[in-house]
Write a protein that binds this ligand. Structure first.
Ligand SMILES: Nc1nc2c(ncn2[C@@H]2O[C@H](COP(=O)(O)OP(=O)(O)OP(=O)(O)O)[C@@H](O)[C@H]2O)c(=O)[nH]1
Length: 308
């Protein structure tokens, strides 16, 4: 908190937008110095808006991590776009992340179109990420190419992986926030419950181990999360897939795959929570769950349009 001059303290929402896989979750985790959003090389890891809260002497920035804006293929896809669009219009500043390692992509144009059709657009910062993968000349070229996507855009080059450019980014974001008191206690870094983070970590561990055909069809539900004092936490969770064949893949030969997924997720949850964790995983088939509104609601995809 800025104790010298509390009137100058700033607080507001920064929506992080960008096509899948540009590094939105990595950026939020890097800014907060802690793992909150699921990070994975497979696109569309992020399901719903997730908040990361950064509080320093000058400001409190509430980051909203939007799911990748993309062309919807099913109800889950439609819902993700609606959620993302809402997060953009509610924000005080939009951080539009692009992959500087690649030239503009068709899906970047979708974001351009979305931003252009919004009537009350907050200030937009275009963040060129992954600059650790390219040299200065290529970066200069990419800045020009990406600037063409939107008139008079402010650009900031960063690497979420190495941390380069992040202080400058934070300063630019802070300058755009309205003055106001902090909305959250200064030691709170997310509004997600630990069990939601655990579900994301299990899903992330599963995606790392599984092949292409399963990822989008995978959902994780925490069935039980108990604190057992000195012994640590007991967690049991169900991995939902859409088909029997996928169930077989997730379980693996002799249960080996599920065991590996369990091992990695347990390690990640222990690291996140700083204590010992007993983890029990099972796999269930829920046919075509991505197009089943009741299932999606149960899994926490609450912002879906009821009538879509
Ligand atoms: N080299 C490099 N890789 C990065 C950087 N930022 C992110 N990545 C990698 O890019 C991949 C995708 O990162 P995520 O943070 O999951 O991307 P996302 O935009 O949140 O993806 P969705 O959740 O699908 O929207 C991961 O393999 C990251 O390690 C960066 O600055 N440099």
């Amino acid at each position: 908190m800025n104790l010298n001059n509390p009137e100058e303290f700033r607080c507001g929402f920064a929506a992080v937008a960008g096509r899948p896989n540009v590094g939105k979750s990595t950026l939020i985790n890097a800014l907060l110095g802690q793992k909150i959003a699921a990070v994975s090389p497979k696109p569309q890891t992020t399901r719903v808006n997730q908040l990361g809260i950064l509080t320093n002497d000058e400001a409190q920035v509430v980051f909203v991590d939007t799911p990748g804006l993309h062309l919807p293929h099913n109800k889950l896809g439609e819902g993700m776009n609606a959620v993302a669009a809402q997060a953009l219009s509610d924000a005080d500043v939009v951080l539009w992340l692009v992959d500087a390692n690649q030239p503009p992509h068709e899906e970047d144009q979708i974001i351009t179109a979305r931003l252009a059709e919004m009537t009350e657009l907050p200030p937009v910062l275009q963040i060129l990420n992954k600059t650790d993968l390219i040299n200065e000349d290529v970066l200069a070229e990419r800045c020009v190419e990406y600037a063409r996507l939107f008139p008079k855009i402010t650009q900031i080059s960063v690497s979420a992986l190495t941390g380069k450019g992040l202080p400058e980014l934070l300063a630019a974001v802070t300058a755009l926030l309205p003055q106001g008191e902090a909305l959250f206690p200064d030691d709170q870094i997310t509004d997600l419950y630990e069990r939601d983070i655990a579900a994301d970590l299990i899903r992330e561990a599963a995606l790392e181990h599984l092949r292409e055909e399963v990822p989008y069809a995978l959902a994780v539900r925490i069935d039980d999360y108990q604190e057992r004092g000195e012994e640590g936490a007991f967690i049991s969770a169900t991995l939902f897939v859409e088909k029997d064949s996928q169930k077989g893949i997730v379980i693996g030969k002799g249960g080996l795959m599920l065991k590996e997924i369990g091992k990695s997720s347990r390690a990640a949850i222990e690291k996140m929570s700083g204590r010992k964790v007993y983890l029990e995983l099972r796999v269930k088939v829920s046919k075509n769950w991505r197009s089943n509104p009741a299932f999606l609601k149960q899994m926490g995809y609450t912002d879906l349009n009821e009538d879509s």
